[in-house]
Design a protein around this ligand. Structure first.
Ligand SMILES: C[S@@+](CC[C@H](N)C(=O)[O-])C[C@H]1O[C@@H](n2cnc3c(N)ncnc32)[C@H](O)[C@@H]1O
Length: 305
């Protein structure tokens, strides 16, 4: 008691009252966390960090796990990393990280997430394996016969070409000729729609006519036909007949129907250069998610894409 008194730790609120020991909150050990954590709520539909990924976890949860079990510079592995909550938090807490996911959509979302929080430089040092780097690996992905990975080639082509800014059409079966959509800023307050269609097999001019038909039906301003095989002269001619779209803000014309080959994407690094509208994209992602009551992302395969 004397020692505590000399250390200034004894307080008597009034003369004659029982002396009390001062206790500082930050010096207390606290209560050990139990097995069930109820103080971190799941993400609600209005949460700021929400990205539209059906199983997204709150950053606060991963922050607690990572801080409790690692130090700066350690390597964090998430073998089913989804939209990359572990990756984003590990990066923010100065850990190295390895993220693995079977679907390219997840990889695309993580790249965008890192870029949104850390700028374009944040993805420069990210090493990616298992995604097409050359024509041979693009063909291998396109020719995977497994039903679970059937759409991965389409997703990779659309998301890579759009710099991870397009929405993949998740509806199975009748996709009504649309594999992906992006929205671009057309004029102040207005936006236009870009439709993507991907083909990995043989292509013909009828495919371009189909895309034009879909664009008319959907009132889309631009159509992009992504193909693994080289387009025929007739296809290029058919696309040219659609003419040009004059962008009011960019002040430059774009072909209404563009044919882009996988070779253009891989070897020439060709990317969509229309300024895309991210707010419209976010609400479209929400709608896509609500349309799909089942989890969008299908599990399992031998090799991570
Ligand atoms: C529940 S989600 C993870 C969500 C994550 N915790 C987040 O906050 O975003 C599971 C992920 O595992 C992926 N997945 C399923 N099977 C896999 C496999 N065999 N190899 C790699 N990833 C797989 C799915 O694509 C999905 O993105």
């Amino acid at each position: 008691m004397q020692k505590a008194y000399e250390a200034g730790l004894v307080i008597q609120t009034k003369p004659g009252t029982v002396p009390q020991l001062k206790r500082y909150l930050d010096e207390q050990e606290g209560v050990c966390l139990g097995d069930s954590w109820t103080d971190i709520p799941p993400l609600n539909s209005q949460a700021k960090e929400r990205l539209g990924y059906p199983t997204q976890k709150p950053e606060a949860l991963l922050e607690r796990i990572i801080q409790a079990s690692s130090n700066e510079g350690d390597v964090i592995l998430d073998a089913y990393c989804g939209c990359g909550t572990t990756v984003a938090v590990a990066q923010r807490l100065n850990r190295k990280w390895i993220g693995i996911d079977i679907t390219y959509q997840s990889i695309s979302l993580i790249l965008k997430r890192l870029e949104d929080s850390g700028g374009t430089g944040a993805v420069f040092n990210v090493k990616m394996t298992g995604i097409p780097r050359d024509m041979k690996s693009a063909e291998a992905l396109a020719n995977k016969s497994d039903d679970r990975t059937r759409k991965e080639f389409e997703k990779w082509a659309i998301l890579t070409f759009s710099n991870n800014r397009a929405v993949i059409n998740q509806k199975k079966g009748a996709d009504k000729g649309i594999d992906g959509t992006a929205f671009f800023i057309e004029s102040e307050g207005g936006h236009g729609r870009i439709l993507f269609q991907v083909k990995s097999g043989n292509v013909k001019s009828g495919d371009i006519r189909d895309l034009i038909g879909t664009m008319t039906r959907e009132k889309a301003a631009l159509g992009i036909f992504l193909t693994l095989k080289k387009p025929t002269k007739d296809m290029l001619q058919e696309a040219k007949t659609c003419g040009l779209y004059h962008h009011k803000i960019m002040g430059q014309p774009y072909p209404k129907v563009a044919i882009v080959t996988v070779q253009d994407i891989i070897e020439s690094g060709l990317r969509l250069n229309v300024p895309l509208s991210m707010e419209v994209l976010k609400s479209a992602q929400r709608t896509t998610q609500e349309d799909n009551q089942l989890p969008i992302f299908q599990p399992e395969m031998d090799e991570a894409v």
